[in-house]
Design a protein. Structure first.
Lengths: 159, 329
């Protein structure tokens, strides 16, 4: 049996160490080892985006990346979005615009949207749809999600 | 999924040495490899993490005006690279249309060219078809709507890579390093048909690492286009894709053309017929339609994939016109 490996990484700005089996994905490492259950498990094949986290500020499917590959990287999960009790503008607008129903897709959408707004604070609707193409939602019909991202962009620009 | 180790080689020669050992697999972005591991289609004892060697991750212009793309460059980097977008538009566009943002941030150029086919029989853990060393192909008598219409038999996969047709159109080569040293191969010769060996899609040897893709400088007056048709707009595998390059002058006289189709054959399918039809012609919609007609003449669809033929014709026609600077509806 392959031995567990020590992984030193940064998660949501904090240095973190964890032990994982080489075959455990980053998603399993976050959820099952570190108790960060915000990132969701949907398909495990890269199709749904529920597991989206940022690695060095870029959205990736954490189900398609091994936990050991987090070594030396900067990981951001949905748990790192709010500042204390103050929600991120995206979270606030998702609530106000009713951009979620069951909510399983929401953490993934938030992370993809955050990465877009960090790079491009004033995206067009087409740019938003392209950036969110890797996130599936079976409840909302996407429209309210796109609207929330546009509304959050306005809040961020006004800061 | 079996229990494997992940080893990080010091450098490329060390990676080659490790990969020459029994039951080792190269790990690049891991997008396809993890999928194959989860389905128990491969069960290596060690993954050799190529990202550990700290090379192969740049896009560089060379002295002769061509471009070298390291095997570990991500699809998202290809899609965003200004040189590629300007001079090798079809390559950047093929990357931009592949998969999802989250996948493009992990998937590498080498891995995209070396990913295994999507045939659902191949991907099923309990089906032992020809490609896995079994005794038959289940596609012709089974569900074959996404299978090959050209070059099929005895296996009918379609090559899954978006980049491959675009790179073949630009006459790219690949540099490989293995136990016997380095070699460079035209990408077109790198891919092989199932009639040569149905268990493989290319000629990469055990222990070999794909280091980089080299694309020569495009001919003066060359312009390219990449188009794909899919079932779902947000993201999806192409039903058919076409990369076209047209070298023409102000009067639309075509000096040279390359037409390569994806998702229709077990290899990126270059249509010499279409290229011959275009060369010397004046580009207009009827010349493009003739090229499309001859490109699909050899098509031999299976029971459920005949619909690909008209789609492929339409895409060849539109891609050729678009590459030649003529916009179509
Ligand atoms: C939801 C989804 C949608 C997708 N849609 C598309 C699409 O539309 N178009 C498309 O083209 N692709 C698509 N893909 C496939 C994806 O692009 C490939 O899986 C990816 O490019 C593989 O690259 P990788 O770096 O992750 O390779 P890995 O998974 O790391 O490697 C793939 C294979 O190549 C070997 N390998 C990798 N690099 C090297 C090297 N340098 N030398 C030697 N061997 C090597 C590995 O051992 C492995 O066998 C999709 C994938 C997903 C999950
Ligand atoms: S098309 Fe190829 S991979 Fe699919 S069942 Fe036939 S032999 Fe197997
Ligand atoms: S769980 Fe990772 S993409 Fe669906
Ligand atoms: S809110 Fe239910 S899947 Fe998106």
């Amino acid at each position: 049996m392959a031995k567990k490996q020590l992984v030193e990484t940064t998660i949501n700005g904090e240095p973190v160490e964890f032990l994982c089996e080489p075959r455990q994905s980053l998603l399993e490492s976050l959820r099952d080892i570190l108790g960060l259950t915000g990132s969701k498990e949907g398909c495990l094949t890269g199709d749904c985006g529920a597991c989206t986290v940022l690695v060095d500020d870029r959205p990736v499917c954490s189900c398609l990346m091994l936990g050991v590959e987090a070594r030396g990287k900067k990981i951001t999960t949905v748990e790192g979005l709010a500042e204390g009790t103050k929600l991120h503008p995206l979270q606030q607008k998702f609530l106000e615009d009713a951009s979620l129903q069951c909510g399983i897709c929401t953490p993934g959408f938030l992370m993809s949207a955050k990465s877009l707004l960090d790079r491009n604070p004033n995206p067009t609707e087409a740019e938003i749809r392209y950036a969110l193409a890797g996130n599936l939602c079976r409840c909302t019909g996407y429209d309210k999600i796109v609207r929330a991202v546009m509304d959050a962009a306005k809040v961020i620009q006004a800061r | 999924m079996n229990r494997f180790e992940v080893v990080t080689p010091r450098d490329l020669p060390n990676a080659v040495k490790l990969l020459s050992g029994r039951n080792h697999a190269a790990l690049a972005g891991g997008v396809d490899l993890l999928d194959l591991l989860k389905q128990n289609i491969v069960a290596p004892q060690s993954l050799v993490n190529l990202k550990g060697v700290g090379a192969m991750d740049a896009i560089e212009t060379d002295e002769s005006g061509g471009v070298r793309i390291g095997a570990l460059v991500k699809l998202s980097e290809v899609a965003a690279n200004p040189t590629l977008r300007e001079r090798y538009g079809a390559v950047a566009e093929a990357a931009a249309q592949a998969a999802t943002p989250q996948v493009r941030n992990l998937a590498t150029v080498g891995g995209n060219l070396l990913q295994r086919p999507r045939c659902w029989y191949f991907r099923h853990p309990d089906v032992n078809c020809l490609k896995k060393g079994g005794d038959r192909c289940y596609a012709p008598g089974g569900l074959n709507r996404y299978h090959a219409i050209l070059g099929g038999g005895p296996s009918f996969i379609v090559h899954p890579s978006n980049l491959a047709p675009a790179l073949v159109a630009f006459a790219a080569s690949v540099k490989l390093i293995g136990p016997g040293g380095e070699r460079t191969l035209e990408l077109e010769r790198f891919f092989t048909l199932p009639r040569i060996d149905p268990t493989r899609e290319n000629v990469l040897d055990t222990g070999e690492v794909l280091i980089e893709v080299m694309i020569p400088a495009p001919a003066p007056g060359a312009a390219s286009a990449y188009l794909e048709a899919r079932e779902k707009q947000s993201f999806d595998w192409p039903l058919v894709s076409v990369a076209a390059i047209v070298v023409s002058d102000d009067t639309h006289l075509i000096r040279d053309a390359r037409v390569v189709m994806g998702a229709v054959a077990p290899i990126p399918w270059r249509s010499h017929e279409a290229e011959t039809a275009l060369r010397g012609a004046r580009l207009d919609s009827s010349a493009a339609a003739r090229a499309a007609e001859v490109a699909l003449k050899p098509a031999a669809p299976l029971s459920d994939n005949g619909y690909k033929v008209p789609i492929a014709k339409a895409l060849v026609r539109r891609a050729v016109l678009r590459a030649g600077g003529i916009e179509t509806a």
